[in-house]
Design a protein around this ligand. Sequence first.
Ligand code: FES
Length: 328
Amino acid sequence: MKTAQIWTEARVHALREITPTVREITLKPTNGALPHQAGGHLQLQVLVNQGAVARPHTRSYSLIGQPDGTFYRFAVKRLDEGRGGSKAMWQLAVGDRLQISEPQNHFPLDLAAPAYLLVAGGIGVTPLVGMAQLLAQLGAKVQMLFGARSEAELAYLKPLQAVLKDGLKTAIAEKGEYLNFESEIAQLPPKALMYVCGPVPMLDAARRAWTKAGRPLADLRYETFGSSGRFAPQAFRVKIPRHNLDITVPADNGLLDELEMAGVQAMYDCRRGECGLCAMDVLAVDGEIDHRDVFLSDEEKASNKRICVCVSRVVGEITLDSAYRADA
Ligand code: FES
């Protein structure tokens, strides 16, 4: 359950392979593209196959580059173990139509800082491309760290090199390279901002280095994606006694989607494990919760009393109470 979303139609205008596992999709909205800010994203409705049935799901993708008034561009990583949304997006062909939201932004770029450190992990580079371009255009002091599994997976490397020049440093995991947060953070002036987008373990490492350097957490801005858990996705059982519900969440779909399909009204906003709005009370767990959010603290995660149902999963079985509201 989310505040009313206005959906409009868009057509797939072009498809482009950016890396072996990342495809860029250009959409042409029927009524023209609205301006979007650096860090902004679109929500899309995709049909995901579940058994013999295709069900609509909402997915969120960062918009790439600067607005041009005609097109929206975003990139989708093919996740073989994902929730099915990426597979559905990879099946899109030029001319296909789909429903999209207006551009939104949960990761706004503050233009008043004396310097910026952008940190990208893999497909997390997407919101940072537009940020790097805008900051370079404005003559801001900007550095970027970009980590990927292999050289071929450094998406948008050329446009980033074009604007950042020597300010871009890459690290390739399969070569044993790593992002040196400490040394980059040490070179930043006071009040500099760090923008991070990538998997949760990378964000955790960046956050540790940031706080160790004595920097205020308010100056660390991040967006993440909940696809990186400790366990490969597998089916798990969910019971909600309040609703007399007993369902199985399949390996290729998320808990929030399944709850909604079962008629459970769950609150949510970001669907990326950041805002905490979807957190539910855990009554019992037989197995392990794979917490994939960045909202709950380490202590809360260890206590297993709440779960962010938009991204987190379970190995085993869980019993939830859907009535919990964090701010009630
Ligand atoms: S909807 Fe924001 S954390 Fe789940």
